[in-house]
Write a protein that binds this ligand. Sequence first.
Ligand SMILES: *Cc1c(COP(=O)(O)O)cnc(C)c1O
Length: 321
Amino acid sequence: MLDLPRKRFAHLPTPVEFMERLSDELGGPKLWIKRDDQTGLALGGNKTRKLEFLLAEAQAQEAGTLITAGAVQSNHCRQTAAAAARFGFDCILVLTGEPPQTFTGNILLDKLLGAELVWTSREQREKTLAQVFSECEQMGRHPYLIPYGGSNPIGAIAYTFALKELLDQGLIPEWIVFASSSGGTQAGLVVGSRLYGYEGGILGISVDEPAEVLRIRIADLACKTSELLGEEIIFLPEEITVNAEYLGDGYGIIGAPEIEAIKLFAQTEGLLLDPVYTGRAAAGMIDLIRQDFFDDVANVLFWHTGGTPALFADIYNHLGV
Ligand SMILES: *Cc1c(COP(=O)(O)O)cnc(C)c1O
């Protein structure tokens, strides 16, 4: 396998913990958690792993400014801002939404970390992003564009190695469950499963996209990721396991299932989930346990992908309007 340029700043390996009280409470399989909320970069999350590879490329290209985009409460944007600060890049974040009255959660941290914020609308966001990029170029600021969620093949390979990291920790769960959105996490994991011989299921709970859209995106990204690693594996959409039954009223809109999941993790395990991603994915996992989806399964691993700062954002920021 090819050796790709990587900066090392994530706190790895992240711990794997047994959730005894939650497992007892739900009466299904043994539940474990992989703590990627503890990756160590300004409150952590899954984007930190991807940024180790993306920043290495930005440095190799002698970039001066990192540009990326996301929702108002984007965890990806916050981790990018932190990585930029740590390695001396300027950072511009293109956020879709209205500038809020008060800066809470991730946008409070974006500001604190010194990022420039540019606000745009859903319709205008690609145009705004292109504009910001070309303005930077013209000003000689050497921009490097990181895609939504850091989900290109360079970002996704981080999760190929993360799967290896999990296997090296000695737990081989029958299922791995987590929140899936821009697809880099899942694409990396499925590539890792082929390369390192993991035979369990990799179940992405969609937080915003229909299952078919996500499957196609992830299969495509997984093909390209394996190619980047010099291994060229074909992945078909039907080989990607996505559940989109838990979208509720849409992206970032908290419903009763998310609230139940967040409280249950907090009150049985002292673990903090976020309202947008991990709360929704955990709600899906809880429902699947109640539906006996994991019948005869001994071990399920919930991969915590971070997002904790969004717990401190006001409800307005979660409305996605
Ligand atoms: C970005 C994000 C995800 C989704 O990961 P993708 O690689 O974009 O699919 C899940 N959870 C949290 C907390 C995130 O910030």
